[in-house]
Design a protein around this ligand. Sequence first.
Ligand code: MRU
Length: 339
Amino acid sequence: MKDLIATSIKYQQGALSILDQHQLPHQEQWLPCDSTETMIAMIKQLQIRGAPLIGIGASLLLAHLAEQGVSTTTLRTEAERLRATRPTAVNLMNCLDRMLATLDNEGPAALPRCAEQLFHEDVTLCNRIATAGAALIEDGANILTHCNTGSLATAGVGTAIGVIGAVKQQGKALHVWVDETRPLLQGGRLTTWEMDRLGVPHTLICDNMAALLMAQGKVDVILVGADRIAANGDFANKVGTYSLAVVAQYHNVPFYVVAPYTTVDANCPDGSAIPIEQRNPAEVQGVSGSFGEINWAPDNTPVYNPAFDVTPAKLVSGWILDTGVYRPEQIAAGALKNL
Ligand code: MRU
């Protein structure tokens, strides 16, 4: 495979490595990833994360195994093990389906080319999304975003953060409110790191401050990513997205979901059919990371920890995809069914 370099994944001189997102923003440490076991652990622990990037990472690992002469039967088994790591982001399933179809039709030697295509395609999709989305954002906008949707979550510039970067590049003034994104703090740790690198003025807030800011008229537009968009426009994204959409509608703040077509699941009729990942109670009982572990809840406190929630289409002002911006009437007319 040719060398492939992105912000948080790289394939260089035959070796795959991952920028460990656990250790960001305090340390930028690249970890080698040369086995299915390692990739599975890294995806489950969110050392590599974000809907598009976990699909690319799993595909690059399969391609790497194919290059090492792993048999077709084993490659199929490994693909299914990778598919089972996280259930919500359909990009993972889509990438693995493309890899498996290539394996069936052309054999293992074709997997590196397929993985490279998936990588380059994601870069292109991000650029198209950024262009489509930036056109909607006015000079001087205060944008609010949730979780992390940037170059740490894709092979390219990102989705919602890709739009933010393009707005900045166009020379428009902007300011971003960054939701910290409990329980795993993707906003507080990762989006802040990306805003800093992009030179975008930003302010970190706790998730429960967003309503107050909207009531004060300090949010002009909300941009969020997605892990799976159903055919009717409902979508799953990081838990906390749904409450943002409810509050945005109450305050007449435009609310956009930003994603590539690879996040659309036309076989999923509506949000109720999207599988939602349940995660370890320890994530809610405290925090852990490069800064150590802190548990504030009594041991064995019962916890509910869904990683994602579903936002109904009726709360969405527009769907910013690589193919353009879709309004509610287009979505209701079935625009997502034949992308
Ligand atoms: O659990 P995570 O950190 O993988 O969740 C990520 C999100 O919810 C993102 O908003 C989504 O994957 C889109 S990333 C372009």
